[in-house]
Design a protein around this ligand. Structure first.
Ligand code: ZN
Length: 186
């Protein structure tokens, strides 16, 4: 799995970009991140049927073991390849969940995608899959929260203004990424 060889450096860069991401966050969220409050995430994967529930960060520090576990949880379920997810994604997910006061875990439809998988999805599904998808960089996740209307989930992500937000009502998920702030409907 050559995808993991550069993980130390990637992790440092990801943490650095995560710090930059904070600037785009509302005052309340930023205060939380700078304190010592643990940040948790709970997710169910719709394809692998795996569940995860952990503390991924405390204040400004990400928990290395948690990031490894999350990389594995959000692996490309088609090929089994494990990518390096951008922890900034977890901060977006955490903040959205807090804003919505949601109690149920996220349902994950797609996290990391190996290039080969992305290409295959592109040829079989056409329009919905970008040629240069941020899923391939570990910077995107497709999700929903059971019990939360998809529009509310989308609006909470938009309000955060922390990255890209794609709305896919036909497939019942919202795409969030740590790329530049933009939005679209699929
Ligand atoms: Zn996506």
């Amino acid at each position: 799995m050559t995808h993991k060889t550069d993980s130390g450096r990637r992790r440092f860069l990801a943490a650095a970009s995560g710090a930059g991401l904070l600037l785009g966050f509302p005052m309340v969220a930023r205060a939380t991140f700078l304190g010592t409050t643990p940040r948790d995430l709970a997710m169910d994967h719709t394809h692998t049927r795996e569940k995860i529930d952990l503390t991924y960060a405390v204040g400004r520090r990400y928990v290395p073991q948690a990031l490894d576990d999350l990389d594995h949880f959000l692996r490309d379920h088609y090929s089994g390849l494990v990518g390096n997810m951008d922890p900034g994604l977890y901060d977006i997910m955490h903040s959205v969940r807090m804003a919505l006061k949601a109690r149920t875990p996220y349902q994950i439809i797609s996290g990391y995608r190996a290039p080969h998988t992305n290409e295959r999805l592109r040829t079989t599904r056409g329009g919905g899959v970008a040629k240069r998808s941020l899923h391939m960089d570990g910077k995107a996740v497709d999700l929903r929260i059971p019990g939360v209307p998809l529009k509310e989930l989308r609006d909470a992500a938009l309000e955060l203004g922390a990255g890209g937000v794609g709305y896919y009502p036909g497939s019942d998920f919202v795409h969030v990424d740590t790329g530049r702030v933009r939005s679209w409907s699929g």
